[in-house]
Design a protein around this ligand. Structure first.
Ligand SMILES: [Zn+2]
Ligand SMILES: [Zn+2]
Length: 468
């Protein structure tokens, strides 16, 4: 992942790492996806019907699917601590007769299924980790577990729906294992740890180790198993049950973190000329950072966001503070814009600081690239998505604002990451608790669509390759 590391200005401490951002830390209002912009349901009647054996086998596996999901939901584990979840997954895959590899990138599990038909090798990916969120769903199988997050014991729950992802992929394994005679090529089931970040690593620490998808990629998981293409599904509160949403190109924003420490000289509040005001300097730094997006990036390439979400300084109103710290996040849906922001930020911070006679230390934790769906692969898989969803797949006009470390896989091989709605049809999307919210809920009747999607990805990709 050296390509991710870049030289920053001298005083910039570079930590190659992520913060736990991820899919839905931002609720996307329904209005952000205007219905008129959606691709019409162009699917033919056949294309909107699941492959018959997939439909039947998924239906047969549905009870098991719900049991898996509830078990995992009730026993959530933070990033890099998914020991029990990994054992649960590995046990299931072994029972199915898969070749099983554990300890991949920490707690990751990989299962290999050899189909009886000739075909390509594709990977299906699910993430297994939960969040440091106290669950407030009121479900009978709600989490009461805790975990250790950056040294503190905290409540843990599956507030992003990774329990659903793991369960869907486990059941897809069941479905395909029962029909090897219909499976082309090799299917690599990747159960990934730490998508939301590692609970045991501060992303800003110097030489912080990698985790999650990045670590899997660095360990060579794709080459080791000969993966040609990779697929994934994320459950979303901002779409209705069973709706699949996809987008070629940028599907999710990049996400990087920054910390700035401004050091000036404390003084009496009545005599600022005797000091160097870290707050006034910090205020200019924050304003200056906003101009990176508005004045420096090429906005024809996409969008960018600079948010300083946490700022701390001072102890009393009559003291000029000598120190200020801030922390923030950087997002973009265009790799070029991301690069520009990452290069410009330290320059802006350090020079603005110098102009105010203070010093500033910048620390950037590079986390996740833009998740890019391969355009040709996306187009080729639309019929598979329509089959899986009974014609309820649609292209979304704008990418999701959050981020995903699936991006690291999709940098290496063609990838397609799609979204699956899990908010019941009779509920207003604007009223549904977003992913990462304590009350985030998954309508379990949506999950069978995810199972069918995984199987249809395998069949659809092999069919597409055959035509080429
Ligand atoms: Zn998340
Ligand atoms: Zn997620």
């Amino acid at each position: 992942m050296n390509s991710l590391l870049r030289a920053l200005a001298v005083s910039t401490a570079l930590a190659a790492l992520p913060i736990s951002v991820h899919a839905q830390d931002t609720a996307q209002p329904e209005s952000a996806q205007p219905p008129q912009a959606a691709t019409p349901q162009a699917a033919t009647p056949q294309a909107a019907t699941p492959t018959a054996w997939v439909e039947a086998a998924a239906a047969e596996a549905e009870q098991e699917l719900i049991e898996f999901r509830r078990h995992i939901h009730q026993h959530p584990e933070l990033g890099n601590q998914e020991e029990d979840t990994a054992a649960y997954v590995a046990d299931h895959l072994r029972k199915l007769g898969f070749e099983v590899h554990t300890g991949i990138a920490g707690t990751g599990v990989v299962g290999i299924l050899k189909g009886e038909l000739d075909g390509p090798t594709v990977a299906l990916r699910a993430d297994m980790d939960a969040l440091p969120v106290k669950e407030a769903t009121g479900l009978p199988f709600a989490s009461t577990q805790t975990g250790v997050f950056h040294g503190d014991e905290v409540p843990v729950s599956h507030a992003c729906g990774h329990d659903a992802h793991t369960a869907m992929l486990m059941s897809a394994a069941t479905v395909m294992a029962g029909h090897r005679d219909k499976i082309p090529g090799t299917v690599v089931f990747i159960f990934q740890p730490a998508e939301e970040g590692a609970a045991d690593v501060d992303p800003f620490q110097p030489d912080a180790p990698s985790w999650g998808a990045r670590k899997m990629v660095e360990e060579g998981v794709l080459e080791r198993f000969g993966v040609e293409a990779i697929f994934g599904v994320h459950v979303m509160a901002n779409a209705h049950t069973g709706q699949i949403e996809y987008k070629p190109g940028a599907a999710l924003n990049s996400a990087d973190g920054f910390r700035v420490r401004v050091e000036g000289r404390q003084a009496h509040g009545s005599m600022p000329w005797n000091g160097a005001d870290a707050v006034v300097a910090g205020a200019h730094i924050i304003t200056g950072m906003q101009t990176i997006v508005s004045r420096q990036v090429n906005l024809l390439q996409g969008m960018g966001v600079v948010t300083a979400g946490s700022v701390h300084a001072g102890t009393a109103g009559n003291i000029v503070p000598g120190e200020l710290t801030m922390e923030g996040t950087l997002r973009s849906n265009a790799p070029e814009i991301r690069d520009t922001i990452l290069e410009a930020l330290p320059v802006m911070v350090e020079n603005t600081a110098a102009a105010h006679k203070v010093t500033a230390e910048v620390n950037i934790a590079e986390a996740m690239p833009v998740t890019m769906n391969d355009a040709a692969l996306t187009e080729a898989m639309v019929p598979a998505l329509q089959r899986a969803s009974y014609g309820k797949a649609r292209e979304i006009p704008v990418n999701q604002p959050a981020s995903e470390d699936f991006a690291f896989f999709a940098e290496k091989v063609p990838g397609l990451y799609v979204f699956l709605g899990v908010t019941p049809e009779d509920q207003e999307l604007s009223e549904a608790a977003s992913n990462h919210h304590p009350a985030f809920m998954v309508d379990e009747t949506a999950l069978i669509t995810g199972v069918r999607s995984h199987v249809e990805f395998v069949l659809g990709y092999a069919g597409w390759k055959d035509e080429q």
